[in-house]
Design a protein around this ligand. Structure first.
Ligand SMILES: NC(=O)c1ccc[n+]([C@@H]2O[C@H](COP(=O)([O-])OP(=O)(O)OC[C@H]3O[C@@H](n4cnc5c(N)ncnc54)[C@H](O)[C@@H]3O)[C@@H](O)[C@H]2O)c1
Length: 468
């Protein structure tokens, strides 16, 4: 199997801080450069050439926090040296380990701070086998040419299915009946228990999760309306409405699937509850800051809202335990006392299938980056891709030059690589960091070495890699 390796850059001058680093799923989802297209642009080529590095080291991978087996298998199959640990590491041990590795895979507990990354002299890429990337100093990583990948949408289906379950559970007051039975109480009622067939589901935020949910809800006989800040193609017979107000007034069940943004903070408060139909239901499995919980408590006490399901909260504990109390959120006791309220500990995306999908997606992104230099899906570098080199191109090499985004760099780089035939080239920038990828022909070991040394000597250099 291919054992692609990279060329190490010298680490000296740092690029000034990049201006734009977004981890918002919506930024990726709606960005013209990647809207639904990242995977479409990664088209496997049947006779794709497995690139290998100019240098001779093996690629060393450190996987922490019990990264899913599916992801481990993909990386091992590449012939990389994979070290796997079930837990995260204390910072000092992490620093010791990270010095050696080219690739690190983590989940949410491992903090890759500037202090840690400073020691990671060989690191070229970080895989976050999870949704969030807050645990990584993205800016420092970008400034040093270290790409960061995550898997923001692998659990969309899991969330959508949970919401479907909750719609039925709320309509039938399942939570209350179950608690009563656990307490030995037989309470057979049909009053205010409903079928969901023929009811209207209002989806706020028609992205990855909202759209999945739309299809599932219609298949169970619900009418679907949605509100989104972007005009989107409705799936099935769903209908986009122009305003949040219109959605609040029309829907029997309202479910929230927006990202956490300044505009979505507290977007459902007393005004929105007043607009809802009496006896309607609210579900929030998006982010805890979206709903004003005291207003929800009032709306449920008054009977305006007949039931609610919450999976996310303004403050959530860092670990499992008896933490869901007033110390965490001042209204916790009042909330917990409400009838027909389903409260779950942020489990919307927590399924075996989602973990496995995350493992595959992130491991594939790491492999593509190491072997081919492709940054599609990176959260801290510009997204750059070229179609694969093929077996029919034996004397070709791929130059990856990560550099400071300053005037004149491309001219200088093209003077260096321009002695060769540049078959294809792409460059893009994100804030102060730019990423250039070029496939050149008619190279041999000596010309690759010369190219590498000349690119490395440029003052704009952050990292140079040559794959051939
Ligand atoms: N409970 C869980 O375990 C869990 C798991 C995964 C995701 N989530 C959360 O679910 C939410 C949705 O995730 P997704 O993957 O569907 O995101 P997404 O980016 O695919 O879709 C979000 C949609 O919301 C829309 N939007 C943005 N601002 C809006 C506004 N002010 N009003 C109306 N629409 C707006 C966007 O245009 C986009 O279509 C996110 O907050 C995410 O963090 C929760």
């Amino acid at each position: 199997m291919a054992t692609a390796q990279d060329i190490r850059p010298r680490k000296d001058e740092l690029a000034p801080h990049a201006q734009y680093l977004s981890t918002s799923p919506s930024a990726s989802f709606h960005s013209p450069s990647s809207h639904g297209s990242a995977l479409q642009r990664i088209i496997p080529v049947a006779n794709a050439k497995h690139l290998k590095p100019f240098a001779t080291e093996d690629i060393k991978v450190l996987l922490l926090e019990n990264v899913n087996q599916a992801g481990r298998d993909i990386l091992s199959a590449q012939g990389y040296q994979v070290e796997f640990l079930k837990s995260s590491l204390p910072e000092d041990q992490l620093i010791e380990k990270i010095r050696d590795v080219h690739v690190i895979g983590i989940r949410s507990k491992t903090k890759l701070s500037e202090r840690v990354l400073k020691e990671a002299k060989n690191l070229i890429v970080i895989g976050c086998f999870c949704i969030g990337t807050n645990q990584v100093d993205l800016q420092y990583a970008a400034d040093h040419g270290i790409a960061v990948f995550n898997s923001p949408f692998s659990n969309s289906r899991s969330v959508a299915e949970l919401v479907i379950g909750e719609i039925i559970a709320l309509a039938r007051q399942l939570g209350d009946r179950s608690i009563e039975m656990h307490n030995g109480i037989w309470n057979k009622v049909s009053n205010k228990c409903w079928e969901i067939r023929g009811k209207t589901l209002g989806i706020v935020g028609y992205g990855h999760i909202g759209a999945q949910l739309s299809v599932l809800a219609e298949s169970m006989g619900m009418s679907v309306i949605f509100y989104d800040v972007v005009n989107l193609m409705a799936l099935g017979s769903a209908r986009q409405v122009d305003t949040l107000d219109a959605l609040m007034a029309e829907a029997d069940f309202i479910t929230l699937h927006v990202p956490e943004l300044p505009e979505t903070k507290g977007m459902i408060g007393q005004k929105q509850f007043d607009q809802m139909k009496t006896g309607s239901y609210l579900i929030n499995a998006s982010r805890g800051s979206v709903v004003q919980i005291p207003a929800l408590i009032d709306a449920m006490r008054s009977g305006k809202v007949a039931g609610a399901a919450l999976d996310v909260y303004p403050n959530e504990p860092a670990g499992n335990g008896d933490y869901f109390n007033n110390d965490l959120n001042t209204w916790a006791t009042d909330l917990r006392a409400l009838k027909n309220l389903i409260i779950t500990p942020h489990i919307g995306g927590s399924t075996e299938e989602a973990q496995s999908a995350i493992g595959v997606e992130v491991a594939q992104a790491l492999t593509r980056y190491v072997n081919e230099g492709t940054t599609l899906g990176a959260v801290n570098l510009p997204e750059v891709n070229l179609r694969s080199l093929t077996m029919e191109e034996p004397n070709h090499a791929r130059v990856v030059y990560i550099h400071k985004n300053i005037p004149g760099v491309l001219r200088t780089v093209n003077e260096i690589i321009g002695d060769h035939n540049v078959d294809k080239q792409m460059t893009d920038s994100r804030g102060d960091v730019a990423y250039l990828m070029a496939d050149i022909s008619d190279v041999n070991n000596q010309t690759i070495k010369d190219l590498y040394e000349r690119l490395e000597s440029l003052p704009s250099r952050i990292m140079t890699r040559i794959l051939y």
